[in-house]
Design a protein around this ligand. Structure first.
Ligand code: HEM
Length: 407
């Protein structure tokens, strides 16, 4: 897949794109993103709200908060079918519900939402807490860790595999697949990636369609689609979507949350003294560290920010350029636990009809991790000389995060 993420030569610029809107910006590798992922994206806020990059085959990037949010919410003119600027990915993955548009999307999404209903999230919490405590207790005596390898890459995948009722040890086999989808490194083609996920899931899907149990996939597949049963092919596309949705996004979020707390000892201490603040702190940290970017394809030619976006154009929507735009949020880079997020909606979990179905599960995981980490660990910092490094992609994430504390 390497050739799909680094265009060897810039793509030709379509006639409707004004020259002053053209830049060369590779969304899989924004300049400087390895050391400062968020800063690398924020450079785009200095220009117009909609720019055209010649990288990765040529596509628009929404580069201002209200434009990112506006297009995200405009499902009538911007379709989800394309999935990504990575060529071929959408055609091969055919995710349900992510790549569906109205009206087809609604019954499938509603079935998936039922699977993630509040009581199921509440019932999952002890499992998340138990694994969190186990991981923390194992590393505490060492006085240091690579938080990504020893915690963030384990907990969310363990959680997801447990809720779908498969052996959590399979995490070792599945984790690299999530990474390949969102930050491909060229070692697998898109088709190989889909086939690897399908091969793993197939026996479970057949079993759950035939005799549903209490697990997440069974719950969803038990909800009829407009009065009929799910077909095997639909079930496969949905389970594939959930597998990829649940593998990488929470990993990335936990890394950023812990990096922030390591760099801000006063906020760490405040939450230790007053754990009741942790849910609000989790919401604010999730706003501050958005790492998902999505792609839409325009299905109706329209004017945006003074330029014509033509039917068929791809538009890239980085959530970071909504959440960290000072025109959308006051002092957006400041983490303020008292920020009233109910009044201003952020885009970390998306917007409009495709807003994340796993949002409540992800939020619960972030809250539990902060609670248990602060209750069980002494004050912690970035390890001396540590420089967290990032890999950009449709989900940007830390590669490693060295933390230290007094053992
Ligand atoms: C912090 C963690 C997470 C983040 C930042 C995140 C982010 C997002 C975003 C931005 C979207 C919107 C996509 C679009 O508009 O095209 C989305 C949708 C989705 N997410 Fe998540 N997500 C997270 C966790 C999860 C988890 C844990 C799961 C499942 C276990 C999941 C499953 C999905 C699915 C299935 C959709 C598609 C919904 C639809 O199309 O109706 N996500 N997510």
């Amino acid at each position: 897949m390497a050739e799909t993420t680094t265009a060897p030569a810039p793509a030709p610029i379509p006639a409707h794109v004004p020259g002053e809107r053209v830049i060369d910006f590779d969304v899989f590798s924004p300049p400087g993103s390895q050391a400062d992922y968020f800063g690398a994206w924020l450079a785009l806020l200095d220009g117009p709200d909609l720019v055209w990059t010649t990288a990765n085959g040529g596509h628009w990037i929404a580069a201002g908060g209200s434009t990112v949010r506006g297009i995200w919410e405009d499902a009538a003119r911007f379709s989800n079918e394309a999935l990504a600027v990575t060529p071929g990915l959408g055609e091969v993955m055919e995710f349900i519900p992510l790549q569906q548009d109205a009206p087809e999307h609604k019954p499938f999404r509603s079935a998936v939402m039922k699977g993630f209903a509040h009581q199921h999230i509440v019932a999952t919490e002890p499992l998340v807490r138990g694994e969190t405590v186990r991981l923390i207790e194992a590393m505490r005596p060492h006085g240091h860790c690579d938080f990504m390898a020893e915690f963030a890459e384990i907990l969310p995948v363990h959680t997801f595999l447990s809720v779908i009722g498969v052996p959590p040890e399979d995490r070792v086999r599945l984790r690299p697949l999530g990474r390949q989808l969102t930050r491909p490194d060229g070692t697998m083609t898109v088709v190989e990636l889909r086939d690897a996920a399908d091969a793993y899931l197939e026996p479970y899907i057949r079993e759950r369609l035939a005799s549903p149990g209490p697990d997440l996939f069974s719950r969803i597949l038990s909800v009829p689609i407009e009065g009929r049963a799910w077909t095997f092919e639909e079930a496969q596309r949905m389970c594939r979507n959930l597998l990829f949705g649940g593998l990488d996004t929470v990993v990335a979020m936990l890394g950023n949350v812990m990096m922030h707390l390591a760099r801000h000892p006063a906020q760490q201490e405040r939450l230790r003294q007053d754990p009741g603040l942790i849910p609000d702190a989790a919401d604010e940290l999730m706003r501050r560290y958005p790492t998902v970017a999505v792609t839409r394809n325009c299905v109706e030619t329209c004017e945006i920010d003074g330029v014509t976006v033509e039917r068929g154009d791809l538009v890239y929507l980085p959530s970071v350029l909504h959440n960290l735009d000072p025109r959308s949020f006051d002092a957006p880079e400041t983490v303020d636990f008292a920020r009233k997020l109910t009044q201003v909606r952020h885009s970390t979990m998306g917007a409009g009809p495709h807003r994340c179905v796993g949002a409540a599960l992800a939020r619960m995981e972030v809250i539990v991790v902060i609670e248990e980490w602060l209750a069980r660990m002494p004050a912690f910092t970035l390890a001396e000389d540590a420089r967290p490094t990032f890999r950009a992609g449709n989900v940007g994430a830390l590669d490693q995060l060295a933390l230290a504390w007094q053992a």
